[in-house]
Design a protein around this ligand. Sequence first.
Ligand SMILES: *Cc1c(COP(=O)(O)O)cnc(C)c1O
Length: 353
Amino acid sequence: MLGSMIALGRDRLSAVAQPNMITAHAHSAQPRWQTLWQQAVRDPRELLHLLDQPELAQRVSTAATAQFPLRVPRGFVARMRRGDPTDPLLRQVLPILDEDRIAPGFSLDAVGDGAARATSGVIQKYAGRALLIATGACAVNCRYCFRRHFPYAEEAAAADGWLQALDYIRADAGIQEVILSGGDPLALATRKLAQLSGALASIAHVNTLRIHTRLPVVLPERVDGELLAWLRGLRQRVVVVIHANHANEFDSGVDAALAELKSAGVTLLNQSVLLAGVNDDTDALVDLSGRMFAAGALPYYLHQLDRVAGAAHFEVSDERARALLAAMRERLPGYLVPRLVREIAGESSKTPL
Ligand SMILES: *Cc1c(COP(=O)(O)O)cnc(C)c1O
């Protein structure tokens, strides 16, 4: 909610709020991905209608929908199995009654972002790298998102043209890598990304730009000619960490987008979250690694869930997580086995399990 509105900008708020205006905008000069972005499904009943399972509406939570609305691009919906209430992609996006359950230990700021906030829009927890909240916007609202309660409106660094964030990074020669996160940094118009990378290029100690993004998976149309030209022109080394949790998230459109990213010279990695009912079995994880490799990405992290309020029904025990990793190791080459980690507030790195 907050997020999408920030990134789309004031001039487009009306189109977002009123779906019947989208046709008018489809003919304007904006890139195609932005049109597709605006046409995302936002009504749980519509989603369930598209998937031939209107009866699932009984399990939808009005409170959870109000707190963190449904948002899912239509191309991602097309990869869901119709008539299957257990579909692993659907489970990641549908606000269900389980979210209303109060679970001990699940909080609003699960990973201590509040405390690690260095300056407007910058979170620094680890040596050598700083994370910049480039925007609060995301194309998809994942129910387990650890920033689902994060006050983006205050934090989006873009609000002041990243001035404070850039000053902070410039002043610390130890920062070699800037991680663009959010929200989803590729939610920004390429022109905005170019402004940001241009400013970063003037900071000699920053030699690596990392982009944490789910867009190449959920809205592969984002990887368009303009984005690729921007990537090709960057002075810094570029690492793109995509986010897919299940093999079914890949299709030919995603394959093409990732192939183009690679041809632009980026290092391509994937991070996943271990999620009950989505990927918490060995076959699903083995298939996920194989599928991402076929698409050109290597596994990076498999995250234990951040304990954010509303996501307790996704939790997998550490014991089970370790067993799943052990089973993966028996079936996969080492380079297709992700690092199983948890983020613990106050630690100096992600913690291996
Ligand atoms: C996860 C994270 C990083 C990146 O950690 P890596 O181990 O380098 O992937 C950086 N900053 C913050 C605040 C993070 O949460």
